[in-house]
Design a protein. Structure first.
Length: 537
């Protein structure tokens, strides 16, 4: 049959116009199921898009703001379009096509994000808008399709116009409950399935539901999408690559070392010797042993942040009498540390999968040392999660230390280099809680390692010497300068309690921050913009 000479209909509109009106076979249950699934999918796609984009732009707030803005914009357009579709077709088949389109287009989120973000990273024009543009290209379309669902469900659900408000309210309520369910489920399943599998599973559910509604027989396009998505590209030196709930994780080998990468960071998270899994760490990790010099009697330590497990592994090997705990928020990182960096599974080394501050809050234990080495990345570079840089957090750490214990904080930043202000602010914040704070500098990287001491209750920063206490207890003669640390290291060597010989050199590497005027700010839970790029220089 020939078409009229006017502008031909678009393929989607042409398909929709040929569909029948509702048959009445679908009940309120069908509306409820569609509302829950579509509402959950909106939030799942939003969160997954952020996780994918963080590979390129980091985890700062502007990435979240961009994705939220795109999501709201897609829903706004979708609601308007959905209202028109509902009035024109009022068809379950129309709704089915929309769900198929939503699930199918969502399978393109990752490949589109990869291509647009790679292109944007090679451009310096309008950098502030790069996350927004990448979000729009990758995720606007599936959110738009999902936005059309609610108006159509309202039109399908309501037959009595006198009760239009009640019906619309119920559909909106159920859809919102679906969004809540999607968020709660995502938090719990994403760590086990990964971003890509979660994206695929969600899209498959939408497509299958759409096929059921539209009574389509074949979904070859879906198979093509899945094949494209799961194909992947491998490189000879990539040992492992995956998305987790918090990171894009890459494990790579060269001839002698294994490296762990997070997101789009320019720095490795972990380096390990392939010949000896307990060696090959970065220089700054040597300073983690300073607490053992100041108190050789320590028998329990806590690491906040795991990475490849360099610090915990070193303590496990060197100090058989010490019980080691680690808190790591990402279960996938724990698995990678076990499988690829050979973190021992031993009752003496316990790993807790939770946020470090949450672990301190829930734990009733007190430690001889708490070692903080947790980082995320943003478009501005690596940053410490803000809630682990504040006075309130340091007060919590103080309460979990034994008298004479040390809180160690690794900070990327040093005088004259990037993130100098971050280091200065954290120094001032630590000194607002701890009376004794030492700042050490790594020569081979831009790391400052702070060692904050909780002195025994009978000693202060200017307390009287108590020679009998050390090495059978904590060192009391604070503060120490480079010569003081040198003498203490010599005494530890003679007493055979020096943690390891290289530490005698490391403890003389005091940072310029040690004696510099204090120009930083005290960070609090109310104000700590360490992830916003404002403290970068």
């Amino acid at each position: 049959m020939a078409r009229a000479a006017s502008t031909p209909p678009r393929p989607l509109v042409y398909a929709l116009k040929s569909m029948n009106t509702p048959t009445g076979r679908f009940t309120t249950v069908a509306v409820t199921v569609c509302a829950i699934i579509s509402g959950a999918a909106v939030m799942i796609y939003e969160f997954l898009a952020v996780r994918i984009l963080q590979r390129y732009f980091g985890g700062s707030l502007d990435v979240w703001a961009s994705e939220i803005a795109v999501c709201l914009g897609g829903l706004a357009v979708g609601y308007s379009l959905g209202g028109m579709l509902a009035d024109r077709f009022r068809s379950w088949k129309c709704l089915g096509v929309v769900l198929i389109a939503a699930g199918g287009s969502a399978l393109l989120i990752e490949p589109l994000a990869l291509r647009i973000s790679t292109w944007l990273l090679n451009s310096s024009i309008g950098e502030a808008w790069h996350p927004l543009l990448a979000s729009a290209v990758s995720s606007f379309l599936p959110i738009l399709f999902l936005g059309t669902v609610q108006p159509q469900l309202i039109r399908l659900r309501v037959h009595d116009m006198a009760r239009l408000g009640t019906g619309a309210g119920r559909v909106a309520s159920v859809s919102t409950m679906g969004s809540i369910l999607g968020v709660l489920l995502l938090v719990r399943i994403l760590a086990f399935t990964g971003v890509i599998k979660t994206l695929v599973y969600t899209s498959v559910i939408l497509v299958v539901l759409g096929v059921a509604l539209a009574a389509f027989g074949r979904v070859r396009l879906l198979a093509a999408f899945l094949a494209l998505l799961l194909g992947g590209v491998s490189a000879a030196d990539v040992v492992y690559e995956n998305y987790s709930a918090y990171h894009h994780i890459v494990v790579m080998d060269d001839d002698s070392h294994r490296f762990l990468w997070f997101d789009n960071d320019d720095c490795y998270e972990t380096r390990m010797s392939l010949k000896d899994p307990y060696e090959g760490g970065f220089e700054y990790t040597d300073f983690f042993h300073v607490p053992l010099l100041l108190d050789p009697t320590i028998n329990a330590v806590l690491f906040l942040g795991l990475g490849g497990g360099t610090g915990p592994k070193s303590f496990y090997k060197r100090y058989p009498a010490i019980h080691i705990e680690a808190a790591e928020i990402d279960p996938a990182v724990v698995k990678v540390a076990r499988d690829y960096f050979y973190l021992p599974e031993d009752p003496r080394l316990n790993v807790f999968t939770r946020d470090g501050r949450v672990h301190l809050r829930r734990s009733k234990k007190r430690y001889g040392a708490i070692l903080m080495d947790a980082y995320a990345t943003s478009r501005y570079g690596p940053y410490i999660p803000y809630h682990m840089t504040t006075r309130e957090f340091f007060e919590l750490a103080w309460s979990r230390l034994l008298d004479g214990g040390c809180f160690v904080h690794n900070v990327i930043g040093s005088p004259g280099n990037d993130y100098e202000n971050v280091a200065r602010d954290i120094q001032c914040t630590l000194e607002a809680v701890f009376p004794i704070v030492y700042a050490f500098r790594a020569k081979s990287s831009n790391n400052t390692v702070f060692v904050a001491v909780r002195p025994p209750s009978n000693a202060t920063a200017g307390g009287q010497p108590a020679p009998a206490a050390w090495p059978r207890g904590p060192w009391l003669e604070h503060p120490l300068d480079a010569n003081g640390f040198r003498r203490l290291s010599a005494m530890a060597g003679k007493a055979e309690v020096l943690p390891f010989p290289l530490l005698a050199q490391r403890v003389t590497q005091l940072s310029k921050l040690q004696d510099a005027p204090r120009t930083g700010e005290i960070l609090t839970d109310d104000f700590a913009p360490v992830d916003l790029g404002t403290l970068g220089k």
